[in-house]
Design a protein. Structure first.
Length: 157
């Protein structure tokens, strides 16, 4: 048995008897775990690059990303927090020092902001549907179909 621990799910991999693993850097990862980690990291890289441009320091961002994931933050949440900071609050990347250290102090506020915004959207959508139904009920009642009276002039009986 050659046991190593997957750094993502922290379960053991027996390198002699399991084959769904790959070495990345100096660690052994389940392929699935690596995929999940790597796609999340890409998501954050892309967004960080979008806001930081040439200032982005991807080694730094990787270290910070790893720390956040350990803390239980999700890649999607980190991306939202970046949107919150740079897009909604319109902050400048000058003080970011190439990284995403700001996430530490805004993650909770940002996720709350988006949750509330989504709740508001849902509420508005519900009200819209209600209004629509009410409107249709009032103004689009199917008209009673008028049946033309038989023309007496051509009434042969
Ligand atoms: Zn794993």
């Amino acid at each position: 048995m050659t046991l190593v621990k997957c750094p993502y799910c922290e379960e053991n991999i027996d390198r002699n008897f399991e084959f769904n693993w790959t070495k990345h850097g100096n660690r052994y990862w389940h392929d699935k775990c690596w995929e999940s980690y790597d796609s999340g990291r890409k998501l954050v890289y892309d967004r960080a690059g979008q806001y930081l441009g040439n200032l982005a320091d991807y080694n730094k961002i990787t270290k910070q990303f790893n720390r956040y994931i350990k803390k239980g933050y999700s890649p999607e949440g980190i991306v939202q927090a970046l949107d919150y900071w740079y897009n909604i609050q319109d902050n400048s990347p000058d003080k970011a020092l190439g990284g995403i250290g700001i996430i530490d102090s805004i993650y909770i506020d940002a996720t709350r902001y988006f949750k509330e915004r989504q709740a508001l959207k849902d509420k508005q959508a519900k009200e819209q549907i209600h209004f629509q139904k009410e409107y249709e009920r009032r103004y689009y009642q199917p008209r009673a179909v008028k049946i033309p009276k038989a023309n007496k002039r051509f009434h042969f009986e």
